[in-house]
Design a protein around this ligand. Structure first.
Ligand code: PEP
Ligand code: MN
Length: 362
């Protein structure tokens, strides 16, 4: 690719769409899905997994090198660049030799600094675009560290993909989005485009639209969505794949907010933000006063040999606030997180009071 992929993604005003099957299965399947996708001018990159890191060894693990030419030809055929997942140097060399345009690092690889370093070293001297998925565990530093490894190897055409985080037995999503992590990623690397992969977040085609819309509302730069000619028959990730028509429909339903920062709106927003800032000031003053009271309780606990955590009291406290969440027009999730954060901070203050020698306040 002549121009940097990351620049192209950042500069265009519409979301950058990557689509294609979870795995390349047969030459016919890759050819069919790519031709079906080519009808949609919004699809700008074709994906297909060649090497699939699977949880169980008896799952379909990809066809390997023999499938690379199917992807490359399909991309040429419809005139868009291609990408595939690589997890080691052998994959990198084979993918580049076959003419794949961009490479992505899967979530199970981003967790492993040795593997990431090996891939970065293998790409030294090329300016191959690399898309780096978040690690499966919610570790922002590990994700950022992978970017640093590529930067240090002289590669700067980098894009991030948010695909959610593994969690045991989550009721709704295959991988929880924990949106605060991609938001913090953007804070650290505002110059790096960020794409959302709703297929691997949801694991469920019925939830793709809501997660894609959420990503668009958070100003993500694009979407990677798994598509297959016969999703239910897919050899991997069948439940989350959709047809090319399904993708058209999803993209058609997405509401893309085109900002209208005319003078009036901007000053109206500023005015409300001023008021919000005054309330935030009050919140922090109250929190500070609350912690002073916690410290007073801490002194009494120390003098009377009472443990910091009083489970029953804490349970009462949190249930009372949870039961009020609706009347405050707050979600129970928020009330729980807020109360837990306040409680943790209160414990920190009391720990310092109880053990002044071993606990410096930091
Ligand atoms: C994939 O994109 O097919 C894939 C395996 O993704 P992840 O690394 O996000 O699990
Ligand atoms: Mn997949």
């Amino acid at each position: 690719m002549k121009n940097k992929l990351s620049d192209r993604i950042l500069l265009q005003s519409s979301p950058f769409i990557i689509a294609g099957p979870c795995s390349a299965e047969t030459p016919e399947q890759v050819h069919q899905i790519s031709t079906e996708l080519s009808v949609n001018s919004q699809v700008q990159m074709l994906r297909a997994g060649i090497w699939k890191p699977r949880t169980h060894p008896d799952s379909f693990e990809g066809l390997g090198v023999k499938a690379l030419p199917w992807l490359v030809e399909a991309g040429k055929n419809i005139g868009i660049p291609t990408c595939t997942e690589v997890a080691n140097k052998v994959h990198v060399d084979a993918a580049l030799k076959a003419g794949v345009d961009a490479l992505w690092i899967g979530a199970r690889t981003t967790v492993n600094p040795f593997a990431v370093q090996e891939i970065a070293d293998a790409l030294k001297g090329t300016n191959t675009p690399v898309l780096i998925k978040n690690p499966i565990n919610p570790d922002l530093e590990l994700w950022l560290g992978a970017f640093e490894r590529f930067n240090n190897a002289g590669l700067d055409d980098l894009t991030a993909i948010h695909r959610g985080f593994s969690i045991y037995n989550h009721a709704k999503y295959r991988n929880v989005p924990s949106w605060e992590i991609p938001i913090a990623f953007k804070e650290s690397r505002p110059e790096t485009p960020l794409i959302c992969d709703p297929s691997h977040i949801t694991g469920n085609r019925n939830l793709l639209l809501e997660v894609s819309q959420y990503a668009m509302d958070l100003n993500f730069d694009g979407l990677m969505i798994e598509t297959h000619p016969n999703p239910d028959q897919a050899w991997s990730d069948a439940k989350q794949q959709i047809t090319a028509d399904g993708l058209n429909d999803l993209l058609g339903r997405l509401v893309l907010r085109q900002p209208d920062f005319s003078h009036d709106v901007a000053s109206m927003i500023d005015e409300i933000r001023e008021k919000v800032s005054v309330l935030d000031d009050q919140l922090f003053i109250l929190l500070s006063e609350r912690m002073q009271l916690s410290e007073e309780v801490g002194i009494l606990k120390r003098e009377n040999n009472i443990t910091i955590l009083q489970q029953e009291h804490w349970s009462q406290l949190i249930s009372k606030r949870l039961s009020q969440s609706e009347s405050y027009h707050l979600t129970p999730q928020f009330v729980r997180i807020l109360m837990e954060a306040i409680h943790q901070e209160s414990i920190r203050h009391q720990t310092r009071i109880m053990n002044p020698k071993t606990n410096k306040f930091s």
